[in-house]
Ligand binder design. Structure first.
Ligand code: MN3
Length: 266
């Protein structure tokens, strides 16, 4: 976080500061929010601004909110079915937003002496689970589009070629990671700023085995709630379907924004 605070545009600082004050400064999570702040405030690459509501935060009362999807529930048919999208967004994601706000409120109650401090560990586990769940889902929705699929172009395409050998090698690695997540979790393409390299990693549940410092660019949700209605146990078919709705324009802009914001080498 320190690095990004010293290198970022001043316009992005208020949002990051607000998140940091809520205790969400762990690099992999704060970095995600920081990256969105580029879109929201920075207008990089001529991006349209994203409202705070679109990134899942209501500054008017300082609470996280369920962001609207950038498309309708049935827009990703036939790849991702409408009923899965409706439940996934309005029930599952909404529960993470509630859990995140609740955990932060409970920690405040501990600080103010209204709740037993012995509960800090349990509440903090809830904070990690629900916070990671919220941030990953916000990004996940934005990385899909009815007009998605295909391949990236421009700087991300070149970076994938350099770091993974080719787009096909990236795809094979990414799909293998998603297919091999044990239980509920995610495979994530992230940008690791220390080495200035892309990396594919996994998260079990939402929060376990994240790589601190690596900023998620393209997460695929492989919890059963993301695909079971349509694909049952055929996770591989769901992964193939997801590849057909990836919004590479968004992921490419997100990559450039994150890379420039977190630049650590001259
Ligand atoms: Mn999910």
């Amino acid at each position: 976080m320190t690095q990004s605070q010293t290198t970022s545009a001043g316009s992005a600082i208020p949002r990051r500061t607000a998140l940091a004050s809520l205790g969400l400064g762990a690099a992999s999570l704060g970095g995600l929010s920081t990256a969105f702040a580029v879109d929201h405030h920075g207008n990089r690459n001529g991006d349209p601004k994203m409202s705070p509501e679109m990134v899942g935060w209501d500054p008017s009362d300082g609470r996280y909110v369920l962001p609207p999807l950038p498309y309708r529930y049935d827009d990703l048919e036939p790849h991702i079915d409408a009923e899965t999208m409706r439940l996934h967004h309005s029930v599952h994601h909404a529960s993470y937003v509630r859990g995140l706000n609740t955990a932060l409120q409970q920690l405040k109650e501990v600080r103010e002496g209204d709740r037993d401090s012995d509960q800090v560990r349990a509440i903090t586990r809830d904070l990690a689970f629900n916070g990671a769940g919220h941030f990953l889902h916000v990004l996940f929705w934005n990385t899909m589009s009815p007009s998605g699929g295909g391949k990236p172009d421009g700087e991300l395409a070149e970076k994938i070629k350099v770091d993974f050998g080719s787009f096909d090698k990236f795809t094979a690695h990414y799909k293998a990671a998603a297919g091999q997540v044990q239980g509920s979790g995610w495979a994530i393409l992230s940008y690791e700023p220390t080495s200035a390299q892309l990396v594919i990693h996994i998260a079990e549940k939402h929060q376990d085995f994240l790589l601190p410092g690596a900023v998620p660019l393209l997460p695929i949700d492989v919890w059963e709630h993301a695909y079971y209605l349509k694909y049952q146990n055929r996770r591989g078919e769901y992964i193939d379907a997801f590849m057909k709705v990836i919004n590479w324009d968004f992921v490419s802009r997100h990559y450039v924004g994150v890379r420039d914001l977190l630049e650590v080498h001259a």
